[in-house]
Design a binder for this molecule. Structure first.
Ligand SMILES: *Cc1c(COP(=O)(O)O)cnc(C)c1O
Length: 410
């Protein structure tokens, strides 16, 4: 072991970093030593506080956003094999959820700018499939998608729409906060999401009967949850009348979530100010386009996704490598699902069926964006994008023009 450090070695700017607040650490310890660590009073409180935060009537805590989507679809009690429309440009878990609910996913292409399906791509996919019975809509990167308009376009009532709000805690669609619009909205507390617990999910709904069904489904389909059975006067007796699963949230997670929730508004402010700095520094960089802004409502800024355009001297994958060498972590959201063998098999779609998603995938690049990022980190990322561009543009000019480009060769 040596104490000497290369002075040129800088700390990396990580793509993501999970910040667990001091209060959350205390809360975790409190629950671990309380004698009750699985679903119980902390979860009931977290559900109430989260529902308040999004302005929803009810919230049901579950093990992940993936299980939130699966349970929301199961709770619709559609016939097995019913068709569920969704984006090809999403996380694989959102479509596994459809499959494991016993339903048939139908993929749709996206708008080339928002990277979300629009009325045209959705109605086309629904028509080609011979009609759909439900739909899962994602708010990509935290950018609002017009839920009501899209439900209308496809001819589905809002009770048949599940929102995948894994990126969208804090997103507003026009004057409505995400969590209060469709039949059920599914949130994620995965390690990299805007409200990180590590793992966890939540369904919000205005329908009390649906909430009760979800509470039963998440815990083996039992008629009373374990915690209530152990309350004074509680009964050991229970019944099962539906195919439930094991997807409850523990009190340990809920206590962390409650403590984290107190920081969420501040963290969202922090994301917005980092986004403003990215915008300012990157707006003049040729070949890098900035993420789209919603015309109304509010963006939750889970991801800052730029596009590496043809007039940038490196292709996206080359740029990922160059940034990695410069100590900057990046990511790509998403690999279109129709490019993956399993989803091709399940949906019967063919390569090239979704050209806008394919074209987008080749140019998207997610830059680091999390509340513990400093303004200097953002400046470093932007300077790297500018510097890599300058170096490679000079090389390209030198290759093409040789000594005719002396000004570039310093
Ligand atoms: C992260 C993510 C999910 C899955 O969330 P989990 O809580 O990890 O199950 C679903 N959809 C999208 C769009 C995501 O980014």
């Amino acid at each position: 072991m040596t104490l000497l450090q290369d002075p040129t070695t800088e700390v990396r700017v990580p793509f993501a970093r999970t910040h667990i607040s001091g209060e959350a650490l205390d809360a975790a310890l409190r629950v671990l030593s309380s004698g009750w660590v699985t679903t119980g009073p902390e979860t009931a409180e977290f559900e109430r506080e989260f529902a308040d935060w999004v302005g929803a009537e009810h919230a049901v805590a579950v093990s992940s956003c993936t299980s939130a989507i699966e349970l929301s679809l199961r709770a619709m009690r559609l016939p097995r094999g019913s068709r569920v429309l969704t984006s090809t440009y999403t996380f694989c878990g959102a479509v596994h959820a459809i499959v494991h609910a016993g339903l048939q996913p139908v993929l749709a292409d996206v708008d080339p700018v928002t990277l979300m399906p629009d009325a045209e791509t959705l109605t086309r996919a629904a028509h080609q499939a011979g009609g759909v019975q439900a739909m899962v809509l994602v708010h990509f990167a935290g950018h609002p998608t017009p839920v009501r308009r899209l439900a209308d376009a496809v001819g589905l009532p809002l009770e048949r729409v599940v929102e995948d709000a894994a990126h969208a805690v804090g997103t507003w669609v026009d004057a409505e906060q995400v969590g209060t619009i469709s039949g059920s909205t599914c949130f994620s507390f995965y390690a990299t999401k805007n409200l990180p617990i590590g793992e966890g999910g939540m369904v919000t709904t205005a329908d009390g009967e649906l909430a009760e069904r979800l509470r039963s489904l998440r815990l083996h389909g039992m008629s009373h949850d374990a915690w209530r059975r152990y309350l004074p006067g509680g009964s050991w007796r229970y019944s099962v009348d539906t195919a439930g699963t094991k997807a409850n949230m523990t009190d340990l997670q809920s206590a962390i979530g409650r403590a984290q929730l107190r920081h969420l508004a501040r963290w969202q402010d922090r994301r917005r100010s980092l986004v403003a700095l990215y915008d300012e520094m990157l707006s003049g960089v040729a070949g890098i386009s900035l993420p789209p802004r919603p015309e109304s409502g509010a963006h939750a800024w889970h991801l800052y996704v730029v596009r590496v355009e043809p007039d940038y001297p490196l292709r996206r994958d080359e740029l990922v490598g160059a940034l990695d060498v410069a100590g900057i972590g990046t990511s790509v959201h998403f690999i279109p699902l129709h490019q993956m063998p399993y989803f091709r098999e399940v949906t019967g779609c063919v390569p090239g069926q979704f050209p806008a998603a394919d074209a987008a995938f080749d140019t998207v690049l997610s830059l680091p964006l999390h509340p513990s990022l400093t303004r200097m980190d953002v400046q470093r990322v932007c300077h790297a994008l500018i510097d890599v561009r300058r170096r490679h543009a000079a090389q390209a000019t030198a290759r093409l023009g040789g000594s005719h480009a002396p000004a570039q060769r310093r």
